[in-house]
Design a protein around this ligand. Structure first.
Ligand code: CO
Length: 143
């Protein structure tokens, strides 16, 4: 058995939820007390995102901008629901290297720039028991 050191995961960073009606969903989450940070488009991923702060974590409501995006196909196939879970890591490049060597199916072999300029990468749901998994690089918490 390979006993290579595990990657460091600092915690859950955000949960991504696909919704068909972003305005209604935003209102609903605000009514639960979630603080809306911003709404913005990521055209390269074909999505509009409403981003909420909850404590030190986030919730992202995602809705497709076109019918071709992965989020559009997800919505058509499964309806509203949890789309991905994102974990915070201190060193994304090291994490990707480790996961690739460990046989994980990486959607992004190199970090890409996501929401808010974060360095992110996605792992295929096939490698994470059916959950699309995102890693987000964050500065480690001070000691
Ligand atoms: Co995300």
């Amino acid at each position: 058995m390979n006993l290579a050191p595990l990657i460091t995961v600092l915690g859950i960073h955000h949960v991504g939820i696909v919704v068909s009606d972003l305005a209604a969903a935003t209102e609903r989450y605000q009514s639960m007390g979630f603080r809306l940070l911003e709404v913005l488009d990521l055209p390269e991923q074909g999505v509009r995102i409403a981003s909420f702060a909850i404590g030190h974590n986030y919730v992202e409501l995602l809705t497709p901008l076109d019918s071709e995006s992965g989020v559009a196909r997800f919505l058509a196939a499964r309806g509203d629901g949890v789309h991905h879970v994102a974990y915070a890591v201190p060193d994304l490049s090291a994490a990707l290297q480790f996961l690739a060597a460990a046989g994980f199916e990486l959607i992004d072999r190199e970090p890409r720039v996501g929401l808010h300029g974060w360095r992110v990468a996605f792992i295929h749901p096939r490698s994470c028991h059916g959950v699309l998994t995102e890693l987000v690089e964050v500065a480690p918490a001070p000691e």
